[in-house]
Design a protein around this ligand. Structure first.
Ligand SMILES: [Zn+2]
Length: 92
């Protein structure tokens, strides 16, 4: 979570190994442009990674729904055009 604006969209822009159990991670908040580099323990990085995975899955799910909705809309428009005889061979 962003310490400046409390947004939950903070994500890592860069990470480097900092010893056997630590990572140097640069974090960015897309809402307020907060940027910070800090060292985190492996366990915390693993938890963050899982949270990011969940976020990615949610994004992909939303994107698929959006694509499906857009396609349904296109099919509706195409059907309406067909019924109105508004489609001609030169349209293709
Ligand atoms: Zn922020």
């Amino acid at each position: 979570m962003c310490p400046d604006c409390a947004s939950e969209l903070v994500y890592p822009v860069r990470w480097d190994e900092a010893g056997p159990e630590h990572w140097t991670v640069t974090l960015r908040c897309p809402a307020c442009e907060w940027l910070e580099m800090d060292v985190f323990h492996q366990d915390l990085v693993d938890m963050f990674d899982e949270e990011l995975d969940r976020g990615t899955h949610a994004l992909v799910r939303d994107l698929k729904e959006l694509v499906r909705a857009n396609m349904a809309e296109e099919v509706d428009r195409f059907s309406a055009a067909l019924e109105a005889d508004a489609l001609l061979p030169e349209d293709f």
